[in-house]
Ligand binder design. Structure first.
Ligand code: FES
Length: 170
């Protein structure tokens, strides 16, 4: 079930302070930019909307253009709001020949979502992505920053059920 989450999330004084505090790490740890931006994305419901980029730009001194060129390069970032758990299934050739289609079908059936959709409760977003760099252990899936390798349809369905039960933190 697709839902428009963009209408549900907005910067509040509390979330702005969290973004400011997290972005502030850039001043002493600029080499941690990737982790800093991922942490900020978590605060903003797994998204990087413009209002967040404006705050991050102000706090880091990085231009919005350079921020967007960074986050548009890496598939784990999204300008659109997503669920608490972003399930990303590799659709590149090595995973495809080792059964990623059947794994995706099992995940899709378990979550009752098609690729590109977010659950009505805002918990799950299902996406296809390109190679995750785990080809020797394909098919591979990421759920937020956690990696799951050598999946079968049965293992993938069990994994999703574990997430649905709340066995993992975001
Ligand atoms: S092709 Fe799927 S991880 Fe590389």
């Amino acid at each position: 079930m697709r839902t428009n989450l963009e209408a549900n999330w907005a910067v509040t004084p509390e979330t702005e302070q969290k973004i400011v505090d997290t972005a502030g790490r850039y001043q002493t740890e600029p080499w941690q930019l990737m982790h800093i931006l991922l942490d900020i994305q978590k605060i903003a419901n797994n998204s990087f909307p413009r209002e967040v980029a404006v705050i991050v730009s102000r706090e880091t001194g990085l231009s919005e253009a350079s921020l967007y060129s960074f986050i548009s390069y890496y598939a784990m970032f999204s300008p659109s709001e997503r669920g608490r758990y972003v399930v990303r299934m590799c659709e590149s050739a090595p995973c495809h020949v080792r059964g990623s289609k059947a794994v995706m079908e099992a995940i899709s059936k378990t979550l009752a979502l098609q690729p590109g959709e977010t659950s009505g409760d805002g918990r799950f977003t299902l996406e296809y992505c390109q190679c995750l760099g785990l080809c020797v252990n394909s098919p591979a899936v990421m759920v937020n920053e956690a990696v799951y390798k050598d999946l079968t349809p049965g293992r993938a369905a069990t994994l999703m059920e574990d997430y649905m039960r709340g066995d993992y933190d975001a």
